[in-house]
Design a protein around this ligand. Structure first.
Ligand code: ADP
Ligand code: NI
Length: 224
């Protein structure tokens, strides 16, 4: 499709790497690398548009509100400006921004003011699956505790119960222990996966999350 595919990808890679140099919340460059690799793998199986998938996966965290003091728009403007500087069509630019700016888990939580239409193209589903799968399993656990540590959150506090039906605003502001995040997000992820291969990986990673929690509570000695 694009004769200069490799060059566009390389330029995007360089742009994205610059953003994640000192990132300590588990949103780092290697997260982006894993998401990109898995997204491309699923895209091949699903015969999706590889360029759109790879670009959206590379850019999916660059506009994240956490990198802009909670502002949900600012980062995506920067991403759009970057894409405008590349020689790609407006249609492709719009698609890449649409996908990358809508895959965040936080966006899927209810918000009365949010009237944005959902973009559920095949390419969207693939990047979303790859991102969510990276929050599950052994890597997902490592990322959750890294995130919790970065924000000085306790590992676990039996007095603070998880907020299973957490709203978008509560999720953004939450200061809860990291174990609660398993119930507020990680264990729910398997039911949000779209593709067949994604579902297969999600089942394994979900099982591992459950096993981990069993061990955690056994060691804490409060098994029900
Ligand atoms: P979101 O869209 O929910 O912000 P991200 O994918 O941006 O999710 O989150 C980055 C990583 O940090 C993920 O692995 C996620 O599970 C983890 N994370 C997000 N919020 C928390 C939290 N409150 N406690 C522990 N880990 C978290
Ligand atoms: Ni991500």
């Amino acid at each position: 499709m694009y004769s200069n595919y490799d060059k566009l990808i390389a330029e995007t890679e360089k742009f994205v790497q610059g953003f994640f140099q000192d990132e300590g919340t588990g949103h780092d460059w290697w997260h982006t690398c894993r998401v990109r690799k898995l997204a491309v793998k699923i895209a091949r199986k699903e015969k999706a548009d590889l360029f759109i998938v790879e670009m959206a996966a590379l850019l999916h965290d660059v506009g994240d509100y956490k990198l802009y003091n909670g502002n949900e728009e600012k980062g995506w403007k920067i991403v759009r400006e970057f894409l405008n500087s590349l020689s790609i069509s407006e249609e492709a630019t719009n698609e890449i921004v649409q996908i990358s700016s809508n895959i965040s888990y936080m966006k899927s939580l209810s918000n009365k003011e949010d009237k944005k239409e959902k973009n559920e193209s095949l390419e969207f589903m693939i990047v979303s699956d790859a991102d969510r799968l990276d929050a599950m399993g052994a890597i997902g656990i490592a990322r959750a505790f890294t995130y919790g540590g970065f924000y000085h959150r306790p590992i676990y506090d039996p007095c603070i119960k998880p907020n299973i039906n957490i709203s978008r605003e509560e999720y953004k502001k939450s200061n809860a222990p990291t174990i609660n995040h398993f119930y507020e997000k990680l264990l729910k992820l398997k039911d949000t996966i779209y593709t067949a291969y994604g579902k297969k990986l999600a089942a394994e990673r979900h099982y591992f999350l459950e096993e981990y929690l069993k061990r955690f509570f056994a060691e804490w000695q409060i098994v029900k």
